[in-house]
Design a protein around this ligand. Structure first.
Ligand SMILES: [Zn+2]
Length: 322
């Protein structure tokens, strides 16, 4: 006999609900604040005429020393305590960016896939936004670290987005595929470096027929440009989304924690060329502050959006929000 609740409670159909929001009832929901109807872990906003949605793939808890290996331990502990954050662990979000231009569906970074127990939600987040894997025509990988490329390949080892071209820099592609690729200057345990290398090579191999390696600055689709922001990895990219006078700068991993803004000299243990990464970070933040850009950073607290402004004491201040 069926459970009594199964007869009396209607089961919602999220897909048809989203079709309703996106089509004829869109204006109605816009007027009353349609972001209320976005699923948890998603936040939608406009950059001019371009619709953007940040999507949480999950998070991972890292030892604090991996994020700030060069910081003075006492200064770091005080900075974390001031923010009521744990001293020894960094709970780091993974936030991908969905860009819908009307003609193109672009996903920037794919999360970690099934590699971790606390991540791998990107497919579900997209589905709840009404986007099927086959709808994505472009995937941009800011770099090939596991938390960015892991979700590009499904559990069976095939491209997770079957119709997409996968864009990353040619330098990044060459680096990870080189037999001499090493992570000498990254301040991480050896087994972590080995796992990163293996994941990048496995994913790039699986994606090889759909890869588009770009050289220098490129327009990915109208309104979306990728440009070199090297240092975190040899071919790390940042993105600029621009439309109707509005600009969003996606830093990728050029800064991995708001403390990297206040202390830009505190490099990230994952930075493969620490000095270059710090220089890149300063250039990007200086530009973002000067041009009053909206900023997105993959590992910043969700929804990973905000603005930056110079601090009198040096570095930059992070003001979260849109
Ligand atoms: Zn990352």
């Amino acid at each position: 006999m069926p459970h009594p609740l199964s007869q009396s409670v209607p089961i919602p159909k999220p897909v048809s609900l989203f079709h309703t929001i996106k089509s004829d009832s869109f204006d109605f929901y816009s007027e009353i604040g349609y972001s209320l109807y976005m699923p948890a872990g998603a936040y939608r906003f406009q950059v001019g005429t371009i619709r953007c949605t940040v999507l949480s793939d999950g998070y991972f808890s890292y030892p604090a020393a991996w994020f700030f290996p060069g910081a003075d331990p006492e200064e770091l502990a005080a900075a974390l305590e001031n923010r009521r954050l744990p001293r020894d662990r960094i709970l780091s979000p993974y936030t991908c960016l969905l860009i819908e231009t009307g003609r193109h569906v672009v996903l920037v970074d794919t999360g970690a896939g099934a590699g971790l127990t606390t991540s791998g939600a990107i497919g579900a987040r997209l589905e709840m936004c009404g986007i099927r894997p086959r709808d994505v025509d472009t995937v941009v990988l800011t770099h090939a670290h596991p938390d960015h490329i892991g979700g590009a390949v499904d559990e069976r080892g095939r491209p997770a987005f079957p119709n997409a071209r996968y864009v990353l820099s040619d330098t990044e592609c060459e680096f990870w595929n080189s037999p001499r690729a090493g992570l000498r200057d990254a301040c991480l345990p050896f087994d972590v470096k080995v796992a990163m290398l293996e994941t990048a090579r496995r994913c790039l191999q699986a994606l090889r027929h759909q890869l588009e390696a770009i050289d220098g600055e490129n327009e990915i689709v109208p309104g979306v440009r990728a440009f070199p922001a090297f240092g975190h990895t040899p071919g790390h990219l940042a993105l600029l989304i621009a439309s109707d006078g509005e600009q969003l700068l996606n830093l990728g991993d050029a800064a991995a924690h708001p403390l990297h803004l206040e202390h830009p000299e505190w490099h990230n243990g994952f930075d493969q060329a620490p000095a270059q990464a710090v220089l890149t970070r300063r250039c990007l933040l200086d530009r973002a502050a000067r041009e009053c850009m909206h900023v997105m950073a993959f590992h910043f607290p969700f929804p990973s959006l905000g603005r930056v402004a110079p601090r009198p004491a040096g570095g930059w201040e992070w003001s979260p929000g849109w």
